[in-house]
Design a binder for this molecule. Structure first.
Ligand code: SF4
Ligand code: SF4
Length: 127
């Protein structure tokens, strides 16, 4: 999920339930320097972990709290793995991320409007 000030993610959660969230095993906290709670992950390969609940069939990440499409939050937000940090609502040019739009549609949520990158922070804060 994204951390924008105007945050459509808090009423969505689609990407936490529609993708396998897998990442290099060293991100888990049973590895030196890791930070993702290992007990919330599953082994995919010797080198890959996935958030439990997203593998092999993405149903719902175990770290997601709340009701999808209504009100959600990530219980490990500051320790979420890299795919979650890299998945954004908007692209750098301000257009909505197509992958975000696609999974939002799967839970009945509309496409988000494009934003102007230069004004994005102020617009998001204004909501
Ligand atoms: S699908 Fe998009 S809007 Fe929904 S939680 Fe993920 S990044 Fe946020
Ligand atoms: S770790 Fe958090 S942001 Fe990542 S899929 Fe799970 S609930 Fe979503």
């Amino acid at each position: 999920m994204s951390e924008e000030a105007f945050n459509p993610c808090i009423s969505c959660g689609a990407c936490c339930s529609k993708f396998r969230v897998s990442f290099y095993w060293g991100e888990a906290d049973d590895a030196p320097g890791g930070y993702v709670p290992a007990h919330l992950t599953e082994k995919v390969t010797p080198f890959l972990r996935a958030m439990a609940g997203t593998h092999p069939i993405p149903l719902r990440c175990v770290a997601l709290q709340g009701e999808i499409g209504q009100s959600v939050n990530c219980s490990i937000y500051s320790h979420r793995p890299s795919p979650c940090r890299e998945f954004s609502v908007w692209l750098e040019d301000g257009r909505p991320n197509r992958a975000c739009t696609t999974v939002r549609a799967k839970i009945g949520l509309p496409e988000l409007p494009a934003i102007h990158p230069a004004a994005s922070d102020a617009e998001r804060r204004a909501g």
